[in-house]
Design a protein around this ligand. Sequence first.
Ligand code: NSS
Length: 434
Amino acid sequence: MYTIWTTKQVLQFAKPGDEVVLRGWVYRKREFRDKIFVLLRDGEGVVQLVFAKDRPEVYDIAAKLNIESSIIVKGVVKEEQRAPGGKEVHVSDVIWFFVGEPFPINPSAAQADSEYLLDVRHLWIRSRKMWAVLRIRHTVFEAIHEYFRSRGFYEVQCPIFVSAAVEGGATLFPVKYFDREDVYLTQSAQFYLEALIYSLEKVYTVAPSFRAEPSRTRRHLTEFWHAEAEMAWARLHDVMNVCEELITHVVRKVLDERLEELSILGRDTEKLERVKPPFPRVLYDEAIEMLQKMGFNVKWGDDLGADEERALMQKFDTPIHLYGFPEEVKAFYHKNDPQDPKRTLSVDVLAPEGYGEIIGGGERIEDPDELVRKIKKFGLRPEDYYWYIDLRKYGSVPHAGFGLGVDRLVMWICGLDHIRDAVPFPRDIRRVKP
Ligand code: NSS
């Protein structure tokens, strides 16, 4: 038997002369004079292997290896300044190998056709870029759970099959559910979280949400990961405080633990270092004014699209809270501001560097009559929301919450051009495989 070393352990702990056993996949291979150099990739990183011609039993195997062939080798560690990490392993023994077929992705042409890379996504996730993104994504999810749990939120699980819209009927996905025609995939766990605060007060969930987004954009998926929280007794400013603490915690943890991955992605970490509370709080009216000055044809009452958000967020180098949206651009459940009833007590958090909206949230309606009035005003049927209205009949309290698009957060933290690259197997209007 032998102990397996990871590439990371070899680079960190192995001394010249140590004999090590490593396993992984061929990331790069090149021949030079009487040697074959293989960059061996495992889950943790890469290490250079050297196969010398004067050991034909290992050299002849190395000659057969393709990119992504798998292999277990034994060898001796040497210092080599030209190798990544300053060390290489001179192979004495090949314990196991699998050559397989030539890998269909050519590393030098990798970026050429993004549709092709999406077709072979099951293989492309082995690339350094996806490796780095997936590791950052892992840390982002960990940080989200860490934040909520350390602040007294209870984690809950909500249904995926639902029978009414939260965010408007246009993006509902119908599901064939036996012989019924009123079943859909959830757009948001919000209404269930609102029910759960009456049991647990502060709750959160991290789960997929689904939206039938009819167009392909840089920031929309049809299936995305949603981190949502709801708090009894909370107001708009509480939501803003939790959102900025949460985002700061996530960004801080990624900076502390994922610098190598950020550097593989070419991310400017200075920009992430600026993420600290409090985030600027910008009233919707101010944003409209700023946009008008930039030449946008927008007026009070308009929703802001991706272009407007991008322009606005070139002006800020940290995330902002954009709050106080007009009633007509926000879903029916948003509470109107008693001081100024044409606007809602709502907030979006927008990410800097042009990324735009990553969070939507605000105060909810606690009065049953007001809720029914708004449901009707939005052309919806109160009977579809009977249990949601019921929550306002028994010990109703002011409450507020929000939903964070985790894939959008990863996209911004990683500095990616497209949300698809923040996800291992993205779903959009045209793509449901691999
Ligand atoms: O529609 S949201 O703005 N708000 C809600 O769903 C609330 N019901 C959440 C709540 O208060 N519990 O969506 C929230 C966030 C939004 O800011 C985006 O970051 C993300 O969810 N989101 C998406 N990400 C990727 N793709 C799509 N299609 C998408 N839609 C929303």
